[in-house]
Ligand binder design. Structure first.
Ligand code: B12
Ligand code: SF4
Ligand code: SF4
Length: 326
């Protein structure tokens, strides 16, 4: 097959058949502004303990970093959006909140399997090239490539916001040495809205639209290894795993036009609000691994998740005042 409009149409069809809500093609190098923003973020130490983000001599704005000779990056987005405006169910002592992306199966594993079908077709259609599937698994600025591929724009909360679903989408890529027809970036803007900045309970989002990970509840509950101070724990409660506040308040998330990918909807493995006992019952690592097999909470592991749950459910008092939650 020639790489023409037929190719683009078939790519779109195969992407939808594989469960994705959007696909686009970016060049192997995104504009320098992205690399510079990342460099500023790192030099301000905003990555905290995520040492992998600061590995020297790794250019995350260039796909050659992950595949020598790369010429194009095909970017895919999958919805995990709730059906309408994101609900914020009431929460009582003894319950915790879980980020929506973690309510079904781990997207890393799901996307890899689903994209394998698309990759096989690409290999057969355009022989003689290298192809590499990436799902948050390699040093690439995924949102920058998604923007360059025309999937949406980057909002003040730093999320990639798509026109059809909003920001409750997860990203994956197929990087290739093949020169493919590119999509154009899609215009979009937050306008005068600053809801996410005001709503963030830890002031992690600056007026310029930069997230200081050290202040972000998602980082505190998932990535951070050192024990947070009692004040940091109180600020994170009632979130036990991740945080969705800056997306819940975003007006772009009120009318998603695509249902979640089959493996990702709320209720498949967890609900957005869970009793603490869901996570505290497993008393050994093997019990925990059996109970949450295939779910993202396995990544930080039992000790860290149970640590989060205890403070998030306010089961440990620490002598702190209760945080103002809403
Ligand atoms: C490190 C990381 C985190 C860190 C830091 C987050 C952050 N904002 O940087 C922590 C642990 C806090 C985190 C949290 C979350 N994350 Co995260 N995370 C990543 C990771 C691994 C790298 C992101 C990164 O490079 N950060 C460094 C900063 C400087 O980059 P950035 O904010 O993305 O901005 C870049 C571009 O967007 C661009 N840019 C941004 N604004 C502007 C403005 C202008 C004018 C220009 C020119 C460029 C530009 O420049 C930056 C540098 O290139 C990516 C996967 C990946 N490999 O890319 C997932 C990823 C960004 N995370 C994701 C998700 C889902 C989340 C959470 C929603 C999970 C949750 N519910 O708890 C939260 C959201 C918090 C938030 N508001 O960002 C998704 C985002 C999908 C989307 N729709 O955007 C990603 C893409 C994973 C995936 N494969 O789907 N995450
Ligand atoms: S995920 Fe939560 S803590 Fe992090 S920036 Fe968004 S609202 Fe703030
Ligand atoms: S809440 Fe408002 S400012 Fe924040 S990302 Fe959404 S549109 Fe942009």
């Amino acid at each position: 097959m020639e790489i023409d409009s037929t190719f683009r149409e078939e790519l779109e069809q195969r992407s939808v058949a594989a469960g994705f809500c959007a696909v686009g093609i970016a060049p192997a190098q995104v504009e320098d502004a992205h690399r510079l923003r990342l460099a500023q973020w790192l030099s301000a130490d905003m990555h905290g303990e995520m040492g992998y983000m600061a590995r020297p001599n790794i250019d995350r704005s260039n796909a050659e970093t992950v595949l020598p000779g790369a010429k194009s990056v095909i970017v895919f987005a999958a919805s995990y959006a709730p059906p309408g405006p994101p609900p914020r169910p009431e929460i009582a002592t003894g319950f915790v909140r879980i980020a929506r992306y973690a309510l079904g199966k781990d997207y890393h594993e799901v996307f890899r399997e689903r994209l394998a079908q698309v990759e096989t077709w690409l290999r057969e259609t355009i022989p003689g090239h290298e192809w590499r599937i990436i799902t948050d698994s390699a040093p690439l600025l995924e949102r920058s490539f998604a923007e360059a591929a025309g999937l949406g724009f980057i909002g003040r909360n730093t999320m990639l916001i798509t026109p059809t679903v909003g920001s409750f989408v997860l990203l994956a890529e197929i990087v290739t040495t093949a020169e493919l027809p590119r999509d154009r970036p899609r215009p979009g803007t937050c306008g005068t809205c600053t809801r996410c900045i005001t709503a963030c309970p830890t002031q992690a989002i600056t007026a310029g639209g930069v997230v200081d990970a050290r202040l972000c509840i998602s980082y505190t509950t998932i990535e951070r290894r050192s024990p947070p101070s009692p004040a940091e724990q109180a600020a994170a409660a009632p979130w036990a795993f991740g945080c969705d506040i800056c997306q819940d308040v975003c007006p772009y998330n009120n009318h998603p036009k695509y249902e979640p990918m089959e493996e990702l909807p709320e209720g498949l493995m967890l609900n957005a609000v869970e009793p603490a006992s869901t996570f505290l019952e497993p008393t050994s690592n093997s019990q925990f691994e059996r109970r949450f097999a295939g779910n993202p909470v396995l990544r930080p592991g039992r000790t860290r998740v149970q640590r989060n749950v205890k403070w998030a459910a306010r089961l440990e008092k620490n002598g702190n005042p209760e945080p103002d939650l809403d």
